[in-house]
Design a protein around this ligand. Structure first.
Ligand SMILES: O=P(O)(O)OC[C@H]1O[C@H](OP(=O)(O)OP(=O)(O)O)[C@H](O)[C@@H]1O
Ligand SMILES: Nc1ncnc2[nH]cnc12
Length: 179
């Protein structure tokens, strides 16, 4: 399959004003999933951004982190680790609270999912305030792993989320500079 340009990939993402509350400009990535070419471009672009970090695992949070994360992990020859909302994982977990652009939440990971010294790539569809990605970094580090990089489909650069990830390499396939 030929790979679509990043301009065409960005054009698939719909901007929805005032969702889920007034003042938030929501980026709807569902058309990327609906397009075979779009999904392929997203997965191969994220894979190429991440390959040099040679991760053992890719970690991402439900729900939207689960859309591209497992496909990118498989392309990299890495395992996929699920970070879930409270009470969903059946065995012993590590947990962190985090803040969102529109709320507060908690994420959990199986304690044994990340071995000591494991190289872990943090992934999400979108970097907004950085609260979710920072929580993922804290989960990895609490479990004894090393965050080798963070890779996003789209960065909302005007929210300065990457500042909350200080010290870790941060890459995004697409970037919006304004609301
Ligand atoms: O950088 P942040 O400010 O943390 O925002 C980014 C996060 O927000 C969205 O998830 P959301 O919490 O809306 O949940 P969902 O994946 O279940 O839709 C998105 O998928 C990221 O995980
Ligand atoms: N503006 C936004 N659009 C889509 N998902 C988001 N998650 C946090 N902020 C978001």
């Amino acid at each position: 399959m030929t790979t679509m340009s990043t301009t065409d990939l960005r054009a698939l993402i719909r901007d929805v004003p005032d969702f889920p509350k007034p003042g938030v400009g929501f980026r709807d990535i569902t058309p990327v999933l609906a397009s075979p070419e779009g999904f392929h471009a997203a997965v191969s672009g994220l894979t190429e951004l991440s390959r040099e970090y040679r991760p053992d695992h890719v970690i991402a949070a439900e729900a939207r982190g689960f859309l591209f994360g497992p496909a990118v992990a498989a392309e990299l020859g890495a395992g996929f680790v699920l970070a879930r909302k409270p009470g969903k994982l059946p065995r012993e977990t590590v947990s962190v609270e985090y803040s969102l652009e529109y709320g507060v939440d908690r994420l959990e990971v199986h304690t044994e999912a990340i071995g000591p010294g494991a190289r872990v790539l943090v992934h999400d569809d979108l970097l907004a305030t950085g609260g979710t990605a920072r929580a993922l970094c804290e989960l990895v580090e609490a479990a004894g792993g090393e965050v080798v990089a963070c890779a996003f489909l789209l960065e909302l650069a005007f929210l300065d989320g990457r500042e909350r990830l200080a010290g870790r390499p941060v890459h995004a396939l697409l970037r919006d500079d304004a609301e």
